[in-house]
Design a protein around this ligand. Sequence first.
Ligand SMILES: Cc1cc2nc3c(=O)[nH]c(=O)nc-3n(C[C@H](O)[C@H](O)[C@H](O)COP(=O)(O)O)c2cc1C
Length: 154
Amino acid sequence: MSKPILAIYYATETGNSETLARQAHERAVAEGQADAIVANISTLKPADLVSKQLALFVVSTWGDGEPPSDGCDFFYDLEKAQLDLSGLRYSVLGLGDRDYSDFNGFARKLDERLTALGAKALLPRAEADLDYEDTYNEWIGQALPLISEAVTAS
Ligand SMILES: Cc1cc2nc3c(=O)[nH]c(=O)nc-3n(C[C@H](O)[C@H](O)[C@H](O)COP(=O)(O)O)c2cc1C
């Protein structure tokens, strides 16, 4: 199999998740993942994930535990899809607000669905509140060494 390329996807309504995903991408490139890509989740079809080996998802939650609008089509299709994602290692960072009853509901549903399709979590889902910087820094700080290890071992 070819060297894994890191793909970072974001789903956002007001841009916070995109900002963090782009920061994560810059940091990944600086730390050696030169071919890493960053993209809106709306550009992704669930079947595309079958051929991916490493992915990070930065997603917010809207409505009451729902995806932001750019994540709706992807997640609707992912819920219906019957795919073997056992070749994929991934992690989800959720952005939310603890004042909502379904805190980080979409991040949780996405994580659970990826696991149900056979994908393996590189590290547990992180759930950030409105002050998301510390949670983001801790999550990306843990994720990137694991990604480097996975690339080196492949
Ligand atoms: C109308 C509205 C609904 C929201 N619903 C939820 C929710 O159900 N659960 C949650 O954890 N956060 C909820 N949030 C908080 C957002 O997820 C949070 O502000 C996040 O940082 C937005 O990131 P984005 O700019 O990437 O969309 C909601 C915010 C608004 C304004």
